[in-house]
Design a protein around this ligand. Structure first.
Ligand code: DC
Length: 227
């Protein structure tokens, strides 16, 4: 089933660069952008703020009712608000990433976020990034990309990103956390991280973000006009 407007789905593991690629491809095409990982991070953060234990079943209620908003800052950066308070930086910590990965394995949380994610399909089109965009959320997407990179390259990228933000990080600890999170995301019963059968795989280990963006835009030109 095709969507009302064109959708480009970009899935892949943490640190594969899908967020940067999705944001810039969306900007280039003038499309909307759905950062679905941010929604799971928001559920993890909102749950912790409400005093819930990591992964507690009440997170489904949080996912259904949390008041969230996305915006664009003065420098073009993503802004994320929870109950009108900006939490853009807070949701990027490894602590919140781990809470997100735990709530993401709860089918009720995933179900509660389904409609919220589908509401992002708006004119003139959407670029959606996550783990199950091409397999579960938007199976009719015109273009599906599965973006990978070696575990070492992904850990190093995350390390540099967090360090640039002035956060105190340790590369060995980060590599372990990424491996654990990959394992949990790939083996969970509901919507595990797998490439859709019709996804085009891009390995970004030795590519710059610029090179990946150029490839995706080239693919978009053919796939979106084929409709
Ligand atoms: O992409 P990210 O690191 O911001 O995602 C945070 C967590 O959310 C990640 O561990 C997996 C989960 N997630 C998911 O299960 N499905 C998505 N579509 C996006 C993220």
């Amino acid at each position: 089933m095709s969507e009302a407007y064109p959708v480009i789905a970009i899935d892949g593991p943490s640190g594969s660069g899908k967020g940067t690629v999705a944001r810039r491809v969306a900007h280039s095409l003038g499309f909307h952008w759905l950062d679905s990982g941010a929604l799971y991070r928001l559920v993890g953060l909102a749950g912790a703020q409400a005093g819930l234990a990591p992964g507690a079943p009440q997170h489904a209620q949080v996912a259904a009712t949390m008041a969230i908003r996305f915006g664009v800052g003065a420098k073009g950066q993503e802004q994320v608000f929870l109950a009108d308070r900006e939490v853009s930086e807070q949701i990027r910590t490894e602590e919140v990433g781990n809470l997100a990965s735990q709530v993401a394995s709860d089918p009720q949380v995933r179900a509660a976020l389904t409609e919220r994610q589908r509401a992002f399909v708006q004119s003139p089109g959407l670029v959606a990034d996550g783990r199950d965009m091409g397999t579960v959320l938007f199976p009719g997407a015109q273009l599906k990309i599965f973006l990978t990179a070696s575990a070492e390259a992904r850990a190093l990228r995350r390390y540099n990103q967090l360090k640039d933000k002035g956060l105190d990080v340790n590369l060995v600890g980060l590599s372990q956390e990424i491996a654990e999170r990959d394992e949990r995301d790939a083996t969970r019963a509901v919507a595990p991280l797998v490439a859709a059968a019709d996804a085009i795989s891009i390995d970004s280990t030795t590519l710059t973000a610029e090179e990946v963006i150029t490839r995706v835009l080239t693919l978009a030109r053919t796939h979106l006009t084929d409709r």
